[in-house]
Design a protein around this ligand. Structure first.
Ligand SMILES: [Zn+2]
Length: 620
């Protein structure tokens, strides 16, 4: 492709990164060319923009908006100027990503061979994704990633037009230079600093997701006296009455350390709500104080509060904290933004005058189930319904949406789908698939095949029909064989589908001998797979690795909690569970056993018995 770029003072790192993505498809620019991309922003070139008198230019209002204009019939051969207009760098970069995506969708290398008349503005101003979960699966989960792996993924997310990453500062990440137990983990903050720097450069906002009363597991072990009484997440939380000093020392250090990174703070109290009498009775005041501490220390542009566990504490825990949400919304400052998965909670918050944000577990379900988060699972139709449902319910009151991404490696399809729906919730599923397939393809035949593969896969997860998965695998295998350099997203999708196909065989076969054979095959295949080498000899001796994989396969295919329990498929669930909008116990999906609640309740009862007998013994 023969073209040059006229940056007009708009050459920033954010724009450069977008250009890199575009040139990866159309080739490098040539300054002698007579065909030009002209990038203009209101920020630097408002006079030039006015002179052009382009239709829709007056619509450019939001930071994300962009306008692309080119009339190929108005120019001679080998000439022409494609105008890309925006408010600032952000919209400019969005426009360049859009050009790249559309060219790939049409599988056209020459942007000057077609007309461009596009004005684009997003439906949601805030489009986020929650990252950094502690699965310790080398290469698969982000907590094991190097800076370059992070950069690659953040670049991808940015090119899908997300605005922000909610970076989970989980218990295992926490660090303070004066605490010797945490010294070994100092690299995590160094790495985070570099990750945040890169995110800022390419136009992604980072929101630190700090969790109420979290403490590093090593300190939880060292100081048994500060431990929270807790449902479900033992080992990571302190009791407000006992561990406040140490906990807040680390929190303050953390917030100060990352103060210079353009970021908001985001805060949840899941996992941190101690269940002792003091904490239960004072939970609302404790949370409000914690929010104040974050605000004073971090001085965030926006402060979010994820309230999802308020519903949990009201409806699932024993004993429940009745009326918790009402109490919270009477005391949490009104300028704090409320994010929740539960529609009733969001409605209560909106009624009280808070800005509300939808929190979607849908692209990766909550409950820490590894199997539910590893394999590609396109939810293109359901995701559209889920988002449309929220828009219908809340309209303009809904200011943004956060997705939940636990293990990103092979989840390209849903990552794109969510980002795209948040930009344009009305896009047809068919058009969405066409865009995704375009991004994963090198030519038009491939694009048609990948389109089919994606649709087959979505279908497989509707009814677990073996032939659909098999055909999807076959298509991907053929494409991979044809390509010399298989691009990363396609490679990991193919590897994951290959294993998924074997898992389904393992699940459906009864013969022990056949099952052993499938296990062997999975073991040998995983050894060579970038996606799954975390389970193999890369980490373990052969014999250990095989055992690890065997246990994994049994867990992943368990008839009740595994991948293929028909009852666990959203389509077969109650309408609320279908979209992971869970209000109470009867809504939960089959794999969400909430077994930890049952075991915690048992623990509590046995403790009460022990205390009772202890007292009895003392008396006698
Ligand atoms: Zn407590």
């Amino acid at each position: 492709m023969n073209y040059k770029i006229n940056f007009n003072e708009n050459k920033t790192k954010q724009v450069e990164q977008a250009v890199k993505v575009l040139t990866s498809w159309i080739g490098e620019p040539d300054s002698n060319s007579t065909r030009t991309f002209t990038f203009l922003t209101m920020q630097n070139n408002s006079e030039e923009i006015q002179k052009l008198k382009l239709e829709n230019a007056n619509k450019l209002k939001q930071l994300d908006d962009f306008l692309i204009f080119f009339d190929k019939n108005a120019v001679q051969n080998e000439e022409g100027e494609i105008f890309l207009l925006s408010v600032g760098d952000r919209g400019l970069a969005n426009g360049i990503y859009y050009l790249h995506m559309k060219l790939k969708e049409y599988q056209i290398l020459d942007p000057f061979s077609i007309n461009w008349h596009d004005f684009q503005t997003p439906h949601f101003e805030t489009r986020g994704i929650v990252l950094n979960f502690p699965f310790r699966l080398e290469g698969l989960s982000t907590d094991t990633w190097s800076l370059s792996q992070w950069k690659e993924y953040l670049n991808r997310i940015r090119s899908f037009n997300y605005t922000s990453v909610e970076y989970l500062m989980g218990a295992w990440t926490l660090f303070h230079p004066d605490i010797k137990e945490l010294k070994k983990d100092s690299w995590q903050y160094d790495l985070a600093e570099e990750i945040f720097q890169h995110a800022a450069e390419i136009g992604l906002e980072i929101a630190l997701l700090v969790v109420f009363n979290q403490i590093h597991p090593d300190l939880w072990i060292k100081f048994p006296e500060i431990r929270a009484t807790l449902w479900g997440y033992q080992g990571i939380s302190y009791c407000s009455q006992k561990g406040k000093e140490l906990g807040e020392k680390i929190l303050k250090y953390t917030l100060n350390r990352f103060k210079n990174v353009p970021s908001n703070s985001l805060f949840a109290f899941e996992g941190g709500g101690c269940n002792c009498e003091f904490c239960r009775n004072n939970i609302v005041d404790l949370i409000v104080k914690y929010l104040e501490l974050i605000r004073e220390t971090a001085e965030p542009e926006r402060l979010f509060f994820v309230t999802w566990f308020a519903n949990f504490k009201e409806n699932f825990e024993t004993p429940a904290i009745k009326g918790l949400r009402n109490k919270l919304f009477s005391k949490v400052p009104k300028d704090v933004k409320i994010a929740d998965v539960n529609r009733k909670t969001l409605q209560m918050a909106a009624d009280q005058g808070y800005e509300i944000f939808d929190f979607i577990f849908f692209i990766d379900p909550e409950a820490g189930m590894e199997n539910q988060a590893i394999f590609p699972r396109p939810h293109l139709n359901l995701l559209k319904e889920r988002i449309s449902g929220s828009i219908q319910e809340f309209g303009l009151k809904l200011k943004g949406v956060f997705g939940y991404r636990i293990i990103p490696k092979a989840r390209f399809i849903n990552d794109y789908a969510l980002g795209r729906y948040l930009w344009n919730p009305e896009i047809e599923v068919e058009d969405l698939v066409s865009e995704i397939a375009g991004l994963l393809s090198a030519n038009i035949t491939e694009k048609e095949q990948i389109t089919r593969a994606i649709l087959l896969l979505e279908d497989f997860w509707r009814n677990l029909e073996k032939t659909k998965l098999k055909e999807c695998k076959k298509i991907l295998k053929t494409i991979i064989k044809q390509q010399k350099n298989v691009p990363e997203p396609l490679k990991s999708i193919h590897e994951a589908i290959t294993i998924l196909n074997l898992l389904f065989k393992y699940y459906t076969h009864d013969s022990k001998r056949r099952k052993e054979g499938i296990l062997d095959k999975i073991f040998y295949l995983m050894r060579d797979m970038d996606t799954f080498h975390c389970y193999t000899t890369y980490k373990f001796w052969d014999v250990v690795s095989r055992e690890v994989i065997k246990q994994r396969v049994n867990w992943w295919t368990d008839p009740k909690s595994g991948l293929f329990n028909p009852k666990s498929l959203p389509w077969n669930s109650l309408s609320k569970a279908k979209y992971h909008l869970i209000d109470n116990k009867k809504d939960v999906l089959a794999w969400m056993q909430f077994s930890e609640i049952v075991s915690s309740a048992k623990l509590l009862i046995s403790q009460k018995f022990k205390n009772f007998f202890r007292k009895l013994l003392k008396k006698s």
